[in-house]
Design a protein around this ligand. Structure first.
Ligand code: VG1
Ligand code: CO
Length: 549
């Protein structure tokens, strides 16, 4: 094709000052993204941060929320105008975040652009987001996101191909200007990969055996097609196993966050009469998961610990793993397993981007976060469906109930009581003031007594990456007590309205007779201490958290 005949437009623009990517990409309200040139500027900043576009291939896909299809058109036209060689696109613009990571790795592309605001609500009044992943399939590390931010602040123009809208729904390869566009099935590559990790025959036998029942809530978000293909079609679960399996642009008006508050339909089923044996849900973009047994909730922190303890049951990990990694606020249940099994345990800042180097270097194979995220080195994102398959594989191998498996785990390793209290949409100034006051008191905390507890140490978490020595500072305030209980305060990096204060609470119970309490009851004293230390109620005017998980 003669590129000189293409109608490539150079559109002049002015920079936006608020395009710094957060914990997981640039997340803003749809209304923000609809400002003239807003999306185009950020996409151009991504392209400008690449070391030239010529000859490069990127993967593009999103969670199907409102604005997804529109954004895909803009990205394709801009990619063609900027001289990219090829885009691999999920059919209809759909790829779960883990599937995008899988496709980037399998097709050895230079990276990918994922369109999602994860678990944030969708629709015209909801949120939208853009995330750039690098060639290992993982979220761009801070040095890359900072480079994108720097480019966004100096942007004077962007390039876009002027052409009619492109067919994004037909599988196959077409030309867009001088660029190749390959539209692929959204599920196939991902399904092949997870089939190579788990014992699908064993899980099939469990599900087909007749006495085991499960329910998967896709929350009208991206994992619907993955759930139908993998749980129902491939693993033989009866039709109806997947609920809310149709992707809707506004997620059916729901909040696609798999926790006890927002996944209430599933919670009612698993805690109701004649409940199935196993229940699971995933979030907007398919990287989070919630695991339920009959009348039983598995905390995400326990889930990663249990996966570590049971990894030998999974074909891909049966020969052993080198290590496990968890984000700092995640409970230390996994640390206890790692210590006993003689494997390494790493503690990273919040956000999946910090696990990439550890996995690339072969230091950690399994990773987890308290925020309903777990995954492994088959890709470089957390992975909801993988986590659910991990549990199904454990259940198929052990033939015990979810509750029995978890309770036996606590008896062996102790129970790390755990809870996170979120205070959402707090006035930004007040939230920062609270963190600053906490920070100012850190030096004098050691040895202080609060109720029955004594402070062991208090600091602002800072992380040095063991692979590239990069340093991430100010990653959350930790107050550790001498009885191994602790609390962590940090501000969310994914919220789009005001500030969200997250308070993480943890205490250890080794006595099996005392392991059956409700977490809020077990953590009551710590919750009170947290308010005393931070003056949260007084400073924010809030008397209770918005969400407790
Ligand atoms: C939150 C979670 C964090 C997670 C991030 C992205 O970040 O706490 O653990 O990695 O969301 O997950 P923050 O900064 O708001 O606490 V997802 O599923 O939204 O990509
Ligand atoms: Co997500």
């Amino acid at each position: 094709m003669n590129t000189e005949t293409l109608d490539i437009q150079t559109v002049s623009t002015t920079p936006f000052t608020d395009q710094r990517p957060g914990t997981s990409g640039l997340r803003k309200s749809v209304v923000d993204f609809q400002k003239p040139h807003y999306l185009e500027n950020f996409i151009q900043a991504i392209f400008n941060s690449l070391d030239g576009c010529a000859g490069k291939t990127l993967v593009v896909g999103g969670d199907g929320r409102y604005y997804n299809r529109h954004a895909v058109q803009i990205i394709l036209k801009m990619a063609a105008a900027n001289g990219l060689a090829k885009i691999i696109l999920g059919q209809g613009g759909i790829l779960s975040t883990p599937a995008a990571s899988c496709v980037i790795r399998k097709h050895k592309t230079d990276g990918g652009i994922i369109l999602s605001a994860s678990h944030n609500p969708g629709g015209p009044k909801g949120d939208f987001g853009v995330k750039f992943n690098i060639s290992n399939g993982g979220p761009a590390p801070e040095k890359v996101t900072e480079a994108i931010f720097a480019r966004s602040k100096e942007l004077q123009s962007y390039k876009i191909l002027s052409c009619p809208d492109i067919d994004i729904d037909t599988i196959g390869t077409v030309q867009v200007g001088a660029m190749q566009l390959q539209v692929i099935d959204s599920v196939d590559d991902y399904q092949q990969l997870v089939e190579s990790v788990f014992d699908f025959d064993q899980i099939y036998a469990l599900i087909k055996g007749g006495s085991f029942r499960m329910c998967f809530d896709a929350m009208h978000a991206v994992t619907g097609p993955y759930g139908h293909a993998i749980f129902e079609k491939r693993l033989g679960a009866p039709a109806g196993t997947v609920i809310a399996g149709k992707i809707l642009e506004d997620f059916g008006g729901g909040h696609p966050d798999p926790n006890l508050t927002y996944a209430h339909d599933l919670v009612e089923i698993l805690f109701g009469k004649d409940a199935p044996d196993f229940g699971a849900a995933s979030d907007g973009d398919g990287d989070r998961n919630m695991i339920l047994g009959r009348n039983f909730f598995v905390t995400p922190s326990d889930s990663i610990a249990l996966m570590t303890a049971n990894h030998k049951l999974i074909p891909a990990y049966s020969k052993g793993i080198a290590g496990v990694a968890r984000s700092m606020p995640t409970s230390r249940a996994a640390d206890r397993v790692a210590a006993k099994m003689g494997i390494k345990c790493y503690e990273t800042p919040t956000g999946w981007k910090f696990f990439g180097n550890l996995m690339d270097a072969g230091l950690a194979n399994l990773c987890g976060e308290e925020s309903f995220g777990s995954g492994a080195d088959h890709i470089r994102e957390k992975d909801g469906v993988w986590s659910i398959l991990f549990w199904l594989n454990i259940l198929a191998a052990r033939k015990e109930s979810v509750a029995d498996i978890v309770k036996k785990h606590w008896q062996e390793y102790g129970r790390n009581y755990y809870s996170r209290h979120d205070y959402e949409e707090v006035d930004s100034e007040k939230a920062h003031d609270l963190m600053e006051k906490l920070d100012a008191n850190l030096a004098s905390m050691k040895g202080k007594k609060f109720g029955s507890r004594t402070v062991d140490f208090a600091d602002d978490f800072s992380y040095t990456d063991p692979v590239d020595q990069s340093v991430a500072k100010n990653q959350g305030i930790r107050i550790h007590f001498t009885d191994e209980s602790r609390m962590v305060f940090r501000l969310s990096g994914t919220g789009t309205r005001g500030a969200t204060i997250r308070l993480y609470l943890e205490s250890l119970e080794l006595d099996a007779a005392k392991q059956g309490l409700d977490a809020q009851v077990a953590l009551k004293e710590l919750i009170d201490i947290a308010d005393e230390v931070s003056q949260l109620k007084a400073l924010t005017g809030r008397d209770k958290p918005t969400v407790i998980t």
